[in-house]
Ligand binder design. Structure first.
Ligand code: F6P
Length: 322
């Protein structure tokens, strides 16, 4: 293998740049040429390629976002779109490909590795932490710390006004961000897709807290399928129990900002591991970290299998919030 390509795809995540830097440096250390493909799969279809020399990845380890840009490509979902992308890889002489992204990226990567002769290796980069085959994804640690800072600030004003707050965090299908930022922020309640909770149950528990002497409370809500659903929940709680509340949706601020040390180390480690995987002849795998060791998981499993929440954490929150 002489030449490899790398792209970032799907929602950006803090640490993607640190990962690009590591992959470029590791490739060069092994005398491999490496090029960047801009804007994810859309750039692969359009042939939007840039050289990644030493200077291109200098001084980016601390930056959020991704210097390659990212996108979600509808065209890549259809076979004709992927055929254009495969032709571009062949024309450019790319023999190995590193994909940094989440479940959508790996769905595309699975098809790509089946349909073309290029070796494909994925790296988990998404704030949602919802990739099976790795304890943590790149960007998750930064996102929970961003959410935590916001929750701490909200607690100040919630306490000052004796108020109930709903804080909505990201996480399209999963409650990883909500769970960890909720525990760290001392949330009273958690609404996550993994543990369905009715408004009735929520109201009963809030009532208990207030009867037990609490004067303010924070409910951390995972946005799940419908961002902004917290407003509906807050309205229903008001209608049932008369509890007045405020809603704060954290949204895309969780996607930006300088990556934490944890995310930079994980990104650096996985960037180098992905290059090694290609050199070792692996294809169709995601490189992740399980129990502190590098682990290879078939790309298909990363999105077909459901990653469980860390055992015991939802029960822990219940005990701690009493
Ligand atoms: O996949 C990461 C994520 O941040 C999800 O939590 C969120 O639902 C989604 O991306 C929003 O993405 P966008 O606004 O870029 O479509």
């Amino acid at each position: 293998m002489k030449k490899i390509g790398i792209l970032t795809s799907g929602g950006d995540a803090p640490g993607m740049n640190a990962c690009l830097r590591a992959a470029v440096r590791a490739a060069r250390a092994n005398d491999l040429e490496i090029v960047g493909i801009r804007s994810g799969y859309a750039g692969m279809i359009g042939g939007d390629v840039m050289p990644l020399d030493r200077r291109a990845i200098a001084n980016i380890i601390h930056q959020g976002g991704t210097i390659l840009g990212t996108a979600r490509s509808e065209e890549f979902r259809i076979k004709e779109g992927r055929a254009k992308a495969i032709k571009m890889l062949q024309d450019t002489g790319i023999e190995g490909l590193i994909l940094i992204g989440g479940d959508g990226t790996f769905r595309g990567g699975t098809l790509l590795s089946q349909e073309c002769g290029v070796s494909v290796v994925g790296i988990p980069g998404t704030i949602d932490n919802d990739c099976y085959g790795t304890d943590y994804t790149i960007g998750f640690d930064t996102a929970i710390n961003t959410a935590l800072e916001a929750i701490d600030r909200i607690r100040d004003t919630a306490t000052a006004h004796d108020r109930l707050f709903f804080v909505e965090v990201m996480g399209r299908h999963t409650g990883f961000i909500a769970l960890e930022s909720g525990i760290a922020g001392g949330a009273e309640e958690l609404l996550i897709p993994e543990v369905p909770t009715s408004v009735d149950e929520l109201c009963q528990r809030l009532e208990q807290y207030f009867k037990g002497g609490k004067r303010s409370a924070i409910v951390v809500v995972a946005e799940a399928e419908q961002a902004g659903d917290s407003f509906r929940i807050a309205r229903e709680v008001k209608a049932q129990k008369g509890f007045d509340s405020r809603v704060c949706i954290l949204g895309h601020i969780q996607r930006g900002g300088a990556p934490t040390a944890r995310d930079r180390v994980l990104a650096s480690r996985l960037g180098a591991a992905a290059v090694k995987a290609l050199i070792d002849g692996k294809s169709g795998y995601m490189v992740g970290e399980l129990n502190r060791e590098i682990a290879y998981t078939p790309l298909k499993d990363t999105w077909e299998k459901k990653k469980p929440l860390q055992a015991g954490l939802t029960d822990l929150l219940k005990i701690l919030s009493d």
